[in-house]
Design a protein around this ligand. Structure first.
Ligand SMILES: [Zn+2]
Length: 287
């Protein structure tokens, strides 16, 4: 029996589909392999020295989490676009490392981190940058409309390099612009920025709401009188989103004091981030 033109074209079409599927499958495989390779690659000596200088807190991370920390940092360093802005010549590998390491803390405790799939660009300005009237979740210097960081649910984080570096080097004052903006990213993932990230169960949401609301209200009150000065940054009294971001900064940079001052809040964040930084010990070399 002779095959007609239609039968041949169907076979041809079938072959094209097969080839395309093959290419897609191969690309996925390669991507997975390079992700696995990134996750497995430890810091070089040079990278460790940069972190010792610019983000010494990384040495507090317990030994059993160190390899994972290097892997998470590597993925954020190499799989995101870093764009220089405002006259900054380039975002060097060194700068990427310092930014990615601080951001990696926020996903270190997750058993299956998703590496911020919606985040594609990290825009870096040399210093504070001007609010262009479309401000979302920025940190500012109080009154001049100059921002240090911003987080957009449309897939970008904007950072001032000066403040990124200052926040990384001064690693126990409870202030860190990178951790702050990445906390906003985590909050924004469920589509609504409301200070409530995605949680596993309904009970978790209920507990989260009661703990966060209580401490948010407390901070709002304490920020009015400022006598005594509240433990958490009064900027967290702006709204529940800022409260979550500010509490997260304190959780990672000043965990012992946060646990002492607000044990329930500490416990809630420890559960969410899957980490117990108050139990981490300061490495001797950094005493
Ligand atoms: Zn904020």
């Amino acid at each position: 029996m002779e095959m007609g033109w239609i039968a041949w074209s169907e076979i041809g079409l079938g072959l094209i589909v097969l080839v395309l599927l093959g290419i897609l499958f191969r690309r996925r495989q390669l991507r997975r392999r390079s992700r696995d390779e990134r996750l497995a690659r430890p810091f070089s000596e040079g990278e460790a020295a940069i972190l010792d200088r610019d983000f010494p807190r990384w040495r507090w991370i317990p030994a059993d989490l160190q390899a994972r920390f290097a892997g998470c940092t590597r993925v954020l360093m190499e799989e995101k676009n870093y764009e220089p802005c405002g006259g900054l010549g380039e975002v060097s590998n060194e700068m990427k490392l310092v930014i990615a390491a601080q951001a990696a803390l926020t996903i270190l405790g997750k058993s299956d981190p998703d590496f911020f799939p919606r985040l594609h660009s990290i825009l870096v300005y040399p210093g504070g940058f001007r609010d262009r009237g479309r401000r979302r979740f920025g940190i500012d210097d109080g009154d001049r409309g100059v921002l240090y960081g911003e987080s957009w649910e449309t897939g970008s984080v904007i950072l001032s390099w000066d403040n990124t570096l200052a926040g990384g080097r001064n690693d126990d004052d409870g202030m860190n612009v990178v951790i702050h903006e990445f906390a906003h990213q985590i909050d924004q993932y469920d589509g609504i920025a409301d200070g409530v990230p995605k949680l596993p169960t309904r009970e978790d949401y209920a507990r989260w709401a009661s703990v966060m609301e209580l401490h948010y209200r407390e901070l709002k009150e304490a920020s009015k009188t400022r006598d005594p000065e509240p433990f958490l940054d009064p900027y967290g009294a702006t709204d529940p989103c800022e409260f979550f971001a500010v509490a997260t900064e304190s959780f990672f940079e000043d965990p012992l004091d946060l646990e002492y001052e607000h044990p329930e809040l500490y416990e809630e964040l420890a559960k969410f981030y899957g980490l117990d930084p108050a139990g981490w010990t300061k490495p001797e070399a950094f005493d």
